[in-house]
Ligand binder design. Structure first.
Ligand code: MGD
Ligand code: MGD
Ligand code: SF4
Ligand code: MO
Length: 892
């Protein structure tokens, strides 16, 4: 364990640091974390929290934190002080710029930065270094939506708000596993449906996800075929008269082109074949959409992360423009943002092709406006490199220094082995993170310790444009400092003026003022403005209540835009965009017959640096898996429950084969959360193809041609251990945390023996050690104790069936094992049968799948409400209700 955390405030109202819903949190510091409650007054969530938000208190410990700067010297990292580290960054940046020009350096930042950090990073690069080589992980996430919004509306704007989901009569969820990825928003939708059963939910996703379980209609379209579906809808709406002709005539342009591009989709049979679904499903969806005025179409990564991502976005928006359903209560297209501050990053222009404050890099007048405001010496005049291009340029050597902040590209970029190669040869890699050991930090020359949630202070903006404060309630640990501070210190050392902010408040004020700067017809009019929040004093900033932009001077927040036109194109009209459907750039076939889809799990956040610290969150999916159709598994020669290698032209990973039941033939799904830190070989980015959307540059994360191969093993096993272990000699391992222990799942090829186990678990010759070996069965069971307390146990078997981890994990809570505990340990079986709860379904109350299954059967439970009444499961955040419904269906 690390040093204790130190509270600096009794209790604060703040914002959850995970998904783009942006729920309000009340945090009260406690000895070893914080008491976390939902904030009933926050407009985004009204008191709700999902399981990840509820578990925030478990992630605040300082173990694993980066607490001091570090610098690489002769191959290894040594602790440094801030001055030394900052001098190194500033002097290397300066000398590279002097010799090779400003485009030889780059920043790669993140939608998990606060708006204040982001603003300063962007100002530093675009106004002072004089290069637009600052890109962000939002390129991997929202850039297709940004591009789609700009094409349609003239500015990157989400027209609606969350309340629209409750007011709608039809909610269409496209490429969005909302139940898992935007859980409290999904709960608002399902609660609204309970109150008003006329509300229908349609889910469009090649996979049958938890979201589809709760939808009224699921369209399992073929990967990448969305544009056919929405082009067909556009033609259908036009033909059936579901058109707002006044709106189209007054407020839009380009309908004919869009209809021409969609003409072939006039035939529903053709659409159905192109999307690989039944024509009746298509017709049912089209009829519902045409007949319902109040429709919200919300979309996320199944739309954005595609080589036709921007066209998918516009194909959806086209349908809303045609029916005039934009920005009115209960209707509109709605891009769900992923990260907590994806939207804030867009406000400050954090992408390589944007400027700041919704101004355009390629417009000289906009550049001049910002130059004047910043008093900037060297404005970037050309777009910088987009994420995938940037890491290619690093490998090629044209970019020689990169500063990576709040993101883990060695895991999260496509062709991630290329990213690793690029960083390995880069002259200077600076990594700012709160976590000491990440796959990216391993390649750093300079590591800078950042503040994390609960310590940092500033603002974030959620999907519905709501600006909300993240407030510090914990002391900065060790030498960790705010990211904005580190950038300002480097800027000052490089001789740049205009970086002497005292605090986040001063930065926010500048950002707010810039948004109003010449924001008028004579200057550069734009919808984004928060100059109504300029000039707040420190106390008012600290007390700032959640508010939706635009916030004009003297004004209040704005829930919706564009109901009466007023789009940001010069003529005030929105644009229909002609979208020509095309399949994913790389088609499955030949040596790579399956399409790999990748995405998120309910209880983990990205590369697990924070959610990975919570035992409560680990039980839902303790291992990486490849979900596939049983028929494809048969063809590949792999079996459910065994390990398999997933291989593409770019790289490979190893995961356990599962048949979740939601995958169509021809596809496979792997979750994104495992890294080189918590698995020997499960980095999904290594497999993903580096194809990008031609307009947005967003990678096609959802469709990579792969094959699945058997991963031969001599034995299966697992270890539960209080201490972290070095398992580099084992053929395959993965790790998650448990309550008081780490859980390693192993697959081995080498010979095992009690002696080998002793070395692996670090048991000295005089250790309290018990063992059981059955060579004919290939079985080995060992345990290491200290002072009667269980330190570690290991189980190995030739077959994948092994003792229940849940029951064994419980033994780590005991101060001393009884002789009966010792005997059951070696027997590999609980003394009381049936006490293994199985994988966690309800993480809030720790209720496992086996427990729920047997209660359903034994007590004849009929619905989710009865399960909750009986076991509490599903009674708090509700994230597990889709799975409970699935278990009920299975029992029937
Ligand atoms: N639990 C959890 N929640 C999160 C996150 C997390 O890490 N964990 N991360 C946050 C972030 S940054 C983001 S961006 C969001 C992402 O939120 P989502 O986009 O909802 O999540 P994903 O799982 O990436 O993908 C969504 C769905 O797209 C489907 N899909 C794949 N291909 C296609 C296609 O061609 N067409 C259609 N229509 N669908 C397709 C996939 O099967 C998948 O179910 O989640 C946010 N919330
Ligand atoms: N195959 C595949 N790959 C994907 C996706 C996919 O669906 N499939 N989705 C993509 C998407 S949408 C996203 S958003 C990305 C996410 O991918 P990443 O951004 O790479 O993932 P994170 O784990 O969120 O990385 C955030 C890092 O910042 C650190 N951190 C947290 N807070 C702070 C802070 O305040 N300051 C600093 N300096 N560091 C901090 C954390 O410890 C962590 O190391 O993954 C992308 N990659
Ligand atoms: S829904 Fe998103 S913002 Fe809300 S508590 Fe969960 S992770 Fe946090
Ligand atoms: Mo994202």
């Amino acid at each position: 364990m690390g040093a204790p955390i130190v509270p600096i405030a009794p209790a604060v109202r703040t914002t959850c640091p995970y998904c783009g819903v942006g729920c309000g949190v009340k945090a009260t510091p406690m000895a070893d974390g914080a008491l976390i409650e939902g904030d009933p007054e926050h407009m985004a969530s009204r008191g709700r929290l999902c399981v990840k938000g509820s578990a925030l208190g478990e992630t605040l410990g300082l173990d694993g934190r980066l607490l001091a700067p570090a610098m690489r010297e002769e191959g290894s990292l040594r602790t440094a002080d801030w001055d030394e580290a900052l001098d190194k960054v500033a002097s290397t940046f300066a000398s590279i710029i002097a010799e090779h020009g400003p485009d030889a350096v780059a920043l790669y930042v993140s939608g998990q930065l606060l708006t204040e950090d982001y603003y300063v990073a962007n100002k530093f690069m675009k106004g002072f270094v004089g290069s637009a080589n600052i890109d962000t992980n939002s390129r991997l996430c929202m850039s297709s939506s940004v591009a789609g919004h700009k094409r349609a509306f003239g500015e990157d704007i989400v027209p609606g708000c969350y309340e629209d989901f409750e007011l709608a009569d039809l909610v269409v969820l496209v490429g969005s596993n909302t139940a898992w990825c935007h859980p409290t928003l999904f709960q608002r939708i399902t609660k609204a449906r309970e109150a008003r059963p006329g509300l229908r939910i349609v889910a469009i996703d090649p996979r049958r996800t938890a979201t589809c379980e709760l939808a009224d209609l699921h369209l399992p379209i073929k990967a990448g075929s969305d544009v056919w579906l929405f082009n067909g809808l556009l033609v259908y709406l036009a033909q059936t008269g579901a058109v707002d002709a006044d709106f189209v005539a007054t407020h839009t342009q380009g309908l004919d082109g869009a209809l021409a591009a969609a003409a072939e989709c006039v035939d529903i049979g053709f659409v159905a074949r192109s999307c690989g679904i039944d024509a009746r499903l298509v017709a049912e969806f089209y009829e519902a959409f045409a007949a319902t005025a109040k429709v919200v179409t919300a979309y996320s990564q199944g739309v954005n992360q595609s080589s036709s991502g921007t066209d998918k976005v516009n194909a959806i928006i086209n349908c809303h423009l045609l029916s005039g359903r934009v920005g009115k209560p209960g209707m509109g297209p709605f891009s769900l943002t992923g990260q907590p501050n994806a939207m804030g990053g867009r406000e400050v222009g954090g992408l390589a092709n944007m400027l700041a404050s919704h101004l355009e890099l390629d417009q000289p007048a906009h550049r001049e406006l910002v130059r004047g405001f910043w008093d900037a010496p060297r404005m970037a005049a050309n777009p910088g490199l987009k994420a995938v291009e940037l890491f290619r340029a690093i490998e090629e050597g044209s970019v020689k220094a990169v500063w990576i902040m709040a993101t883990n590209p060695v895991v999260s970029l496509p062709d991630a082995d290329q990213v690793r190669r690029a960083l390995a040869r880069c002259e200077l890699v600076v990594v700012s993170d709160m976590t000491a050991a990440t796959d990216t930090a391993e390649l750093a020359d300079v590591l800078l310790p950042a503040l994390g949630w609960g310590e940092k202070d500033g603002t974030v903006t959620n999907s519905e444009r709501c600006i909300s404060r993240q407030r510090a309630f914990l002391q900065a640990p060790g030498q960790a400092r705010a990211d904005w501070w580190a950038i300002c210190e480097v800027a000052r050392r490089m001789g740049y003026q205009g970086f002497d902010y005292m605090d986040a408040h001063a930065i926010f004020d500048e950002h707010a003022r810039l948004s109003g700067w010449r924001n008028d017809a004579q200057g550069a009019p734009r919808a984004f403005r928060i100059d109504g929040l300029a000039g707040l004093d420190r106390a008012a900033y600290d007390a700032l209540a959640p508010i939706q932009w635009p916030v004009p001077p003297g004004g209040e927040g704005t829930a919706r835009l564009f109901a009466d036109g007023g789009y940001a194109h010069a003529d005030g009209k929105a644009r229909f965009v002609a979208t020509r459907p095309r399949l994913p750039a790389n088609a499955a076939g030949g040596d790579y017959p399956l399409t790999l889809n990748t995405g998120r799990l309910r209880d983990q956040w990205h590369t697990m640096t924070r959610t990975g610290k919570s035992p409560r969150l680990a039980g839902h999916a303790p291992e990486p898996f490849v979900d596939m159709h049983p028929h494809d598994a048969l063809l590949a020669g792999v079996r459910e429950g065994e390990l398999a290698r997933v291989r593409s032209r770019w790289g490979s990973l190893v995961a356990r084969v599962s048949h979740g039941g939601g995958i169509a033939r021809g596809s496979a799904f792997v979750p994104i959360h495992w890294t080189g830190q918590n698995a020997s070989d499960a980095r999904v980015g290594a497999v993903v193809n580096p194809v990008v959307d031609p307009v947005s540059g967003e990678p096609e994360f959802k469709h990579t041609p792969v094959r699945v191969e058997p991963f031969a093993l001599a034995w299966h096993g697992f270890i539960l251990s209080r201490a972290p272990l070095d398992l580099s000699g084992v053929a395959n391992w993965t790790r998650v945390c448990g309550s008081g222990f780490l859980r390693y799942e192993l697959g081995g090829r080498e010979a095992v023996s009690p002696e080998w186990a002793r070395v692996l678990l670090g048991a000295g010759s005089d250790a309290d050690w018990i063992e059981y070996e059955d060579r004919t069965e290939g079985m080995l069971r060992c345990a290491l104790l200290a002072g009667g307390r269980l330190e570690a146990c290991l189980f190995v078997s030739r077959r994948p069936e092994l003792p229940a981890r849940g029951w064994l994990g419980g033994l780590f809570a005991l101060d001393e094992l009884s002789s009966r505990d010792r005997a059951t340990l070696l027997a590999g079986r609980a003394a009381v049968q049936g006490s293994d709860p199985g994988p966690t379904v309800c993480a809030c109350f720790g209720v496992g799948r086996n427990t729920i299954r047997s209660a359903i059967v034994q007590q004849d439970l009929k619905d989710a409400g009865a399960v909750t009444a009986c076991l509490r499961a599903g009674g708090n955040c509700g994230s597990c209700l889709p799975e409970i419904r699935q278990l009920l269906a299975e029992a029937r």
